[in-house]
Design a protein. Structure first.
Length: 255
């Protein structure tokens, strides 16, 4: 009996240590890069490494204050590699990399807006280029200027859509990451940069009826912050309503 009790205690203690380990998992950090592995006239591959397995996203565009295009790769691993396609030859592109939803829920991004240039049409691709720092980021984002001042709140939810709103102290981008799995928010809804000023409003469309969706909101590239970003501290959820039953039309009566 004493042996059994000792084994149970040992197993319980071991489980507790494992659970505690999960609770205090390391925050995700970028350990190397980003670098431009390849840049041709119409595509580029951006790579970086992190200390924790996490997702791989690159926000980019031709305006450093409006990085609204998204390139991403499948979740998982410490080495991140994202290919950007359909680029224009001889053009400067600005970008930020982002690794989030790592174990423990933390997120890391490049400190500042970086840039690279595609080669001219017909020119050979270049490899392993260091990106140019276009706008320096904040040394400590937690002490940054951009903050969510109100919300997010659900303004409207029906069977196929939902409208999420929030406010910030500075103008910036308006994005909602969402999905049916709280650990894999791979779908994106957004509104044009700066639209609505300090009030951010996004309508998520083409949802399924009677389904629970999880989301968080992001406001990035805020004015005067060198590319800093703020997002909601918790993953939130809502449930779409059931579809209303179709009412049969009254058939005309024959006389």
């Amino acid at each position: 009996m004493k042996i059994r009790i000792a084994l149970v205690c040992l197993l319980t203690l071991g489980t507790g240590l494992v659970l505690s380990g999960r609770l205090i998992a390391q925050a995700v950090h970028i350990t190397h890069g980003p670098v431009i592995e390849t840049a041709s006239s119409n595509s580029a591959v951006i790579a970086w490494s992190t200390n924790e397995s996490s997702n791989s996203r690159v926000w980019y565009g031709t305006d450093k204050n409006n990085l609204t295009r998204l390139g991403e790769a499948r979740y998982g691993g410490n080495t991140h590699r994202v290919e950007l396609t359909n680029l224009k030859p001889g053009t400067t592109y600005y970008f930020e990399v982002e690794s989030g939803q790592a174990k423990g829920g933390s997120e890391a991004e490049s400190q500042g807006v970086l840039s690279f240039q595609t080669v001219a049409a017909g020119a050979p691709a270049v490899h392993n280029q260091k990106p140019v720092l276009a706008e320096k980021g904040l040394a400590n984002e937690e002490n940054g200027k951009v903050k969510i001042t109100h919300g997010p709140v659900l303004e409207h939810v029906d069977a196929h859509s939902a409208t999420v709103a929030w406010s910030t102290n500075l103008k910036g981008s308006t994005r909602v990451d969402y999905g049916t799995d709280p650990n894999n928010l791979t779908q994106l809804a957004e509104a044009p940069w700066g639209q609505g000023g300090l009030t951010h409003r996004v309508t998520i469309r083409d949802l399924k009826p009677n389904t629970t969706y999880y989301f968080n909101v992001e406001t990035g590239q805020a004015q005067g912050t060198g590319g800093a970003e703020v997002d909601s501290s918790k993953v939130m959820s809502f449930k779409t309503s059931g579809e209303a039953p179709t009412q049969a039309k009254n058939s005309p009566k024959k006389k």
